[in-house]
Write a protein that binds this ligand. Sequence first.
Ligand code: NAD
Length: 264
Amino acid sequence: MDLRLSGRVAIVGGASKGIGLATARMLAAEGARVVIAARTAATLEAAIASIRADVPGADVVAVPCDMASAADIERLVQTTAERFGAIDIVVNNAGGPPPGTFEQHADDAWLGAFDQNLMSVVRLTRAALPWLQRSDQARVINITSTAVREPIEGLILSNAVRLGTTGLAKTLSKELGPRGITVNNVGPGLTLTGRIRPVLEAQARASGRTFDDVAAERAERIPTGRMGEPEDVAAMIVFLASAQARQVSGQTILVDGGATSASL
Ligand code: NAD
């Protein structure tokens, strides 16, 4: 199936590692021109090298950008527009907010999560909008979490702030649909990335078990019997970016191996 991504211009946030990097790699493999954003230039360069190793000749550009910074996001969009003269796809992604319970977080943590995980979606989508509305395959895809369907214990910032993105995306799908722009959310379940590995390693140390034992126990709780890999989430993002997904908008699609119990 030709996803008609060849030559499309995509911005992928939080793309030096994990789900963002896997998404950038997959988009590049489909022939898209990709701008990857993360905070650290050196990590971004390593990401580009790893994409080019898999996709020789990939047209990938790195822009250092803190997704919690309005000025950085403006610069990200400006640099993309100057380099490619178009923006078709925006993948709103950044690191998750820190774990903790209600009483463990003061205002700075709440405001940090708000900036990094909600305002980043507002700001990047808004800055890219003049370009998106010139595209005939315009896509906004926000990476959230299964927490939007079932709150996750010990992750109150994520549980609260990500629902803002859900509401934003549904509203945007109505406002921007007539301009040919689809807006969707992808919610990963447990996915083995650099964010999750240390959590499982810490659980293994604390309980005197091996990493493999802890990982196997977590996998058993997932109906498919396995934890997700970044590529599992990336594949859904790439499909939503494709021409074939033109009728899918305003949705939250979980990639969790069936782990979430909520029916809707
Ligand atoms: P990861 O830690 O592997 O990668 C995160 C990427 O974002 C890295 O490239 C990092 O450098 C970058 N980043 C972090 N903060 C940033 C910022 N402020 N500005 C720019 N770049 C930033 O994480 P991941 O597992 O790929 O997760 C991606 C998103 O999916 C996160 O929001 C995470 O909370 C969410 N999520 C992940 C899982 C999971 O199991 N991995 C589950 C549910 C939700």
